[in-house]
Design a protein around this ligand. Structure first.
Ligand SMILES: *Cc1c(COP(=O)(O)O)cnc(C)c1O
Length: 391
């Protein structure tokens, strides 16, 4: 008989009942150190007092009105995002995949209104992940996600990762945009080198294409800058955001320049919940922390410590680990042993990590993780690695 919850997830035998900062407490009382942060969502850790206050204050005032009316918390969060980024305008969604939907619609509408309706194609890359909606899986195009769900949304051109010749050959008069994650998350923590991101920007400028960045996982301070593309010194035309922006409240956003968003006039897109008072009150509190240069400086310090420790760990367990990859607090351990064995051994050592493709174990701690907690996490990873070697 089918379970009452649709069985689409392979869940670990763990049930968490409480969270405190970087810690998750299991139903049996065990305290796990959380290097997963709900897949890069709990940017300020669990039960951060500022987020609890923002949520409960708003809950007592007003939960939801719909976008038929003005929403001051939404306006405030949009103003903060516009102030802190390349963007001129913001649309709020409830998830990353909804942000992908709008990025695709906005791109096509832009060229349609500009009198180039034939420009519908969006170039994407192998190993990417843009969510599980029909546009999201069509954009990523992997067999694993798309099999049996056809017909897929047409208009995506899938290219290998890191193949410049394939890229230039793929651009035609039908091309509208290039869509890419500055750091692939699900694909195995693969950062795009800064010079490649610059190269993509140049290519888009040369051919009049829009550059769409999916910063759902790598954005909101995760790499040590507010958004990952800042490291390369370039700006996108459209950016997808979600995960960290709500700190655990379901919230996403599409940020865009006035030029890219030019087709999105009244009535062209909408969402019942997107940008609702509760989500945006929390989002404002998250932004106030994460956009603070002192906060980002601390992220870079703890990221440096974690990275250094991981390099040492790889050196002392060469039979378990191959290498460290990633940037900021978006790090991956490329494993030699099956990453799921390391994941399970880490559970035994009371440490939460997240698997990714390419036999990588992801480390995505809350951005608020302390230096002591980083040291403790490294100790627990060492215990896990010993257990895997001994098996
Ligand atoms: C998680 C993720 C998404 C999808 O977000 P959902 O909120 O699960 O819909 C899209 N893109 C990237 C890069 C992601 O990591």
């Amino acid at each position: 008989m089918i379970p009452s919850v649709l069985p689409t997830y392979a869940r670990a035998p763990l049930t968490f009942v409480k969270g405190e900062g970087s810690w998750l407490i299991e139903a049996d009382g065990r305290r796990f150190l959380d290097l997963g942060a709900g897949i890069a969502v709990n940017a300020l850790g669990h039960a951060h007092p500022a987020l609890v206050k923002a949520l409960t204050d708003q809950a007592q005032a007003l939960w939801h009105t719909s976008n038929l009316y003005h929403i001051p918390q939404q306006q405030a969060l949009a103003d903060k995002l516009v102030e802190a980024t390349f963007a001129d305008t913001v649309f709020f969604t409830n998830s990353g995949t909804e942000s992908c939907e709008l990025a695709v619609k906005m791109t096509r509408k832009h060229f349609f209104e500009a009198g180039q309706p034939e420009r519908v194609e969006i170039i994407t890359f192998e190993g990417s992940f843009h969510g599980r909606s029909s546009a999201g899986i069509s954009a990523a195009g992997s067999e694993k996600m798309t099999k049996g769900f056809g017909p897929l949304l047409p208009g995506f051109v899938h290219l290998p990762w890191n193949d410049h010749d394939a890229l230039t050959a793929a651009i035609t008069d039908k091309t509208a945009a290039i869509l890419i994650e500055p750091v692939q998350g699900e694909g195995g923590i693969r950062p795009l080198p800064d010079q490649c991101l610059k190269g993509l920007r140049d290519l888009c400028d040369e051919h009049g294409l829009l550059l769409i960045l999916d910063e759902v996982q790598c954005g909101m301070g995760r790499t040590g800058r507010l958004f990952a593309h800042e490291w390369a010194g370039i700006e996108p035309d459209i950016m997808m955001v979600a995960k960290g922006i709500g700190g655990g409240f379901p919230l996403g956003a599409v940020l865009a320049t006035e030029h890219a968003a030019s087709g999105m006039t009244a009535g062209t897109h909408g969402s019942t919940y997107g940008g609702n008072p509760l989500g945006c009150a929390v989002g404002c509190a998250v932004m106030d922390h994460v956009a603070d240069p002192a906060f980002l400086a601390q992220v870079n310090r703890t990221a440096g410590l974690l990275r250094q420790g991981l390099e040492g760990l790889v050196a002392s367990h060469p039979e378990v680990f191959d290498s460290v990859r990633g940037t900021g607090l978006m790090l991956g351990l490329k494993c030699k042993a099956p990453n799921t064995d390391v994941l399970t051994a880490a559970y035994d050592a009371l440490l939460i990590t997240v698997p990714a493709a390419d036999n990588v174990l992801r480390l995505l701690p809350p951005l608020t993780i302390s230096e002591e907690e980083v040291a403790e996490a490294l100790k627990r990873l060492d215990t896990a690695a010993r257990q895997v070697s001994a098996a």
